[in-house]
Ligand binder design. Structure first.
Ligand code: PRT
Ligand code: ZN
Length: 283
């Protein structure tokens, strides 16, 4: 049985559960929302505050966990990153009041900076040769300048609207973060094996998210031309249509190549193009 810690509630909770579900893992029993055991995979979920997850994984109370890389680096616990999960993307940035004439990091020399990430900020400032007073606060960091607690802040930014509505402007990106799957460094062989199975499933889910399944009708004389446009994994599947002289062509393309290729395909003679989401992909 592998014990996986996930956030109890908050920004990571929903996407963590969704990923686990997409891996085909389902749950029946749940113990008052503290933990739940899967009914078709040897895994148990522990629901915790995200800040506690690195410690629980480091001391072996949990075997693995899903946490934001910002929290992982700040807590600085001896754990391994087993995979990067691509959700909860955000950045840790320095921001100053919008009237602050910011020219560069040297403008922050000897000023007060409020943050919930004193370690990440301290390392960043030291690397850049800046001495500043770091004020650690645990929440509502964005109001610190307006109440006179600090000259600048270092906080998580996603859309940037929180900074804007507090009269702040983002001036430096300190750290890029996304959700990561961490594990205890000395897992027993049987637990490692379960983790590998989980990582294999996560890999298939992530890969599928980056690709689309595409079907189109192509006149037979255009098959060669259309096939050359497709950056396919292997060669496309071609099936004759009931309509004489036409075929149905199926293949898989990358999500980010999608719009460019669709236009080219249409010009090359493809019609009735259908694009479908892929649930799992194993190559
Ligand atoms: O209760 P618990 O301690 O478990 O949760 P929490 O309140 O500490 O964390 P939570 O749920 O807010 O965030 C969990 C993780 O999500 C963070 O550690 C990040 O890795 C990630 N994440 C992604 C974010 C954001 N996006 C985000 N936008 N965490 C926080 N924010 C906050 C930010 O602090 C700021 O107040 O959202 C505001 C900024 O958002 P924008 O869109 O206005 O820029
Ligand atoms: Zn937290």
């Amino acid at each position: 049985m592998l014990r996986l810690a996930i956030q109890k509630s908050g920004r990571l909770n929903e996407d963590s559960l969704k990923l686990i579900k997409e891996c085909g893992i389902s749950f029946t029993q749940s113990d008052g929302k503290l933990k739940s055991e899967a009914c078709n995979f040897p895994i148990e979920l522990l629901y915790l505050r995200d800040d506690d997850i690195p410690q629980y994984v480091a001391d072996g109370t949990a075997d693995a966990g899903i946490v934001g890389e910002n929290v992982l680096v700040e807590k600085d616990k001896p754990v391994f990153i087993a995979d990067r999960l691509g959700f909860a993307k955000c950045r840790l940035s320095l921001a100053v009041p919008k009237e602050f004439e910011y020219k560069g990091l040297h403008n922050l020399q000897n000023l007060k900076i409020a943050t919930s990430y004193p370690k990440i900020l301290g390392d960043y400032l030291a690397k850049n040769g800046i001495k500043a007073q770091i004020h650690q606060i645990s929440g509502s960091v964005e109001i610190a300048p307006s109440i006179g607690l600090a000259n600048a802040i270092c906080d998580i930014v996603s859309s940037g609207s929180t900074l804007l509505s507090n009269g702040l402007k983002e001036v430096e990106t300190v750290f890029h973060s996304e959700a990561v799957l961490i594990r205890n460094p000395s897992l027993a062989e049987n637990k490692l094996h379960i983790l590998e199975q989980l990582l294999f499933r996560i890999g298939a889910v992530k890969k599928a998210q980056n690709y689309k399944y595409i079907l189109m009708n192509v006149p037979n004389e255009a098959i060669e031309r259309v096939s050359r446009i497709l950056p396919v994994l292997k060669s496309p599947t071609i099936m004759p249509l009931a309509l004489e002289g036409w075929s149905s062509l199926h293949t898989v393309i990358k999500e980010d190549e999608f719009w460019e290729i669709i236009e080219e395909l249409r010009r090359a003679g493809a019609e009735g193009i259908l694009v479908l989401a892929i649930e799992k992909m194993i190559v």
